[in-house]
Design a protein around this ligand. Sequence first.
Ligand SMILES: Nc1ncnc2c1ncn2[C@@H]1O[C@H](COP(=O)(O)OP(=O)(O)OP(=O)(O)O)[C@@H](O)[C@H]1O
Ligand SMILES: [Mg+2]
Length: 270
Amino acid sequence: MSPEMPPKMSLPGVKHVVAVASGKGGVGKSTVAANLTLALHTAGKQVGLMDADIYGPSVPIMFGLGQVNPQTTPFPLHKYGVALMSMGFMVDPNQAVIWRGPKVAQAVQAFLGQIPWGELDYLVIDLPPGTGDAQLTLSQSAPLTGAVIVTTPQEVSLIDARKGVRMFQEVRVPVLGVVENMSYFVGDDGKRYDLFRAGGGRKLAAEIGVPLLGELPIDPRVAECGDTGEPMVRKYPDAPVSKAYLELAQTVIRETAQRPAAGPLPEVSL
Ligand SMILES: Nc1ncnc2c1ncn2[C@@H]1O[C@H](COP(=O)(O)OP(=O)(O)OP(=O)(O)O)[C@@H](O)[C@H]1O
Ligand SMILES: [Mg+2]
C-alpha cells in the first residue's frame, strides 16, 4: 500500500466509524482512542484503530509496534485483538515526514479506503490536534458515525475543544459527545480529588447539547502504559481509570446504536 496510490474509497465491512478529536493538543486524544478501542474489544466488539496523525503517530508506541516491511507484513497490523494502522508502521519513526496538505489527505484516504479492515463493529480514528487537513479530509470523505470530543477541565482547553466541535458541525458530522480527560484523581484513600477546576467537559457538553460521555481520572500509570506498549485498559483492567474507559465504551455503544451505520464512502477526486 502506498499513500501515493489514488484512493479507492470503500469500507464495506465497517459498521461505525468514530473519530476521537479535539481542537487542542496533548489533552489525551490518542490515549482515549487506544483505550476506547481496547475497551470496545473487551465489550465483545470487533474493532480497528486508525492513526490519522500522519506527522506525529502515537499508535506504534502505545501498542509496542514499529516500522514493518509491507512486503512480508500485510496491513492492518493486529495486536491485543484489534486491527491497527499508522504511518509509523510505514516509515522510520525517527524520520520526519515532510508532507504538505494534499499528501496528508491522500494518506488518510488510503488508510481508510485501501486497508483491508475486514468486518468491524467499530473503526476508531485517532485525529491529530487542530482542525487541519487530516480532520477535513476525514470529515468530508469518511462515513463518520460521529466524533468524540476530548477535553480537559480547564477553560483554555475548552476554547480549543469548541473550535473542534464547530468544525464537525460545519461539515455536518454528528458530535456523539464530550469526554473530559484528566478530570480528577483517585487517592489511595479511594477519595476523589479535583485537581483542575472540575466540570469543563460537562459545561461544554451542555453548551453544544450533546451528552457528557465520560469523565476519566488522571493516573500516572496511563502515561507509563502509553510509553511501554500496553494500554492501561489491558495492563491494569481493575484501575478506576480503566473502569471509566469500559464505561465509556458502553456509552459509545449506546450512543452509536441510535445512529445510522456508516454508508458507502463517496468517491473523492483530488
Ligand atoms: N488520564 C490520564 N492520566 C495520566 N496521564 C494521561 C492521561 N491521559 C493522557 N495522559 C498522558 O498525557 C500525554 C498526552 O496524551 P496523548 O498523547 O494521548 O494526547 P493527544 O491529545 O493525543 O496529544 P497530541 O495532540 O500530541 O496528539 C501522554 O503522555 C499520556 O500518556
Ligand atoms: Mg495524539
